[in-house]
Design a protein. Structure first.
Length: 287
């Protein structure tokens, strides 16, 4: 893995933790070095990896461990190294292990990439049993917490309840039940991707208060950032949305060429000069 400066590592972790103290911030999700560098240039204070965005870029589905653990770790380390002055949160899926002791070892490996934070979800990847039973799910968060504490690094632990995304029949009460347990197990940040109504988000924020809540926002039709801030949400991520936006333009343009012999899908592309100038300048600043 790419080595990370211990000084920068500590500073980024402290900065990341401070971002969660008050107010709301957006943590967008790059999927490669170029997108990470461009998001950094826009002034975002932190970035988060996206398991789905990276999987799609490798020609793989965002299925449980379709991207092997070591490939995921290498990708996370690469994002950390390419933007060494801002914190990176790792989308570490379900930790690439079922049992708490194995998950703890993988968390230690993730910490070694230089991340300022990491998230662990409670989805099993098994359609017949999509969520870990709560006792095991809670022990998994405790194991991640213990691994972080033993490292002495202060990496921020986000616990995810996947009730909405896995089609649980009662996603709100189950998410609250799980997030409350994960908070008690030592999670620093709580995250249930999927709720869109103000009432659901308010209930989640209230249930785990005063710990910070992350909300997934992937459309302008949802609550605004100002509304989420008013509710008390601390962090907003976009998941795979930026990657899917890029794929949308690519697919529409490619289909037009293949099916209609039309180049119309290329008409609104950024110019070569604009992109190349940005990366020339960015590269020069790093020398």
């Amino acid at each position: 893995m790419t080595p990370v400066s211990p000084v920068n590592f500590a500073a980024r972790r402290a900065a990341f933790r401070k971002l969660h103290d008050s107010g709301l911030f957006v943590i967008p999700n790059p999927w490669d070095a170029g997108t990470a560098r461009y998001l950094r240039s826009l002034g975002f204070k932190a970035l988060a990896t996206t398991s789905s965005g990276f999987a799609f870029s490798q020609g793989l589905p965002d299925a449980e461990w379709a991207v092997p653990r070591d490939a995921a770790l290498q990708h996370i380390a690469g994002i950390v190294a390419t933007v060494p002055d801002i914190p990176i949160n790792a989308d570490f899926e379900s930790g690439f292990a079922h049992q708490p002791e194995d998950l703890a070892e993988n968390v230690r490996l993730c910490i070694a990439t230089g991340v300022a934070g990491l998230s662990i979800e409670d989805a099993t990847g098994d359609p017949a049993h999509p969520l870990y039973d709560l006792p095991l799910a809670t022990e998994r968060i405790k194991a991640a917490r213990a691994a972080i504490d033993a490292s002495g690094t202060g990496v921020l632990l986000t616990a995810r309840a996947e009730c909405y995304l896995t089609g649980h029949p009662e996603p709100l009460p189950e998410a609250i039940r799980r997030l409350t347990a994960y908070s008690e197990a030592g999670a620093d940040v709580l995250y249930a991707p999927g709720p869109r109504s103000r009432a659901d988000i308010e209930a989640i924020v209230a249930a785990v208060h005063p710990k910070p809540v992350n909300i997934l926002l992937t459309t302008s039709a949802a609550l605004s950032l100002a509304e989420l801030a008013d509710i008390g949400v601390r962090r907003v991520s976009v998941g795979s949305a930026l990657a899917r936006t890029a794929w949308t333009s690519f697919i529409h343009a490619a289909r037009a060429i293949a099916n209609e012999s039309s180049m119309a899908g290329l008409d609104n592309a950024l110019t070569f000069t604009e992109l190349n100038t940005f990366f020339h300048k960015d590269h020069a600043e790093r020398q």
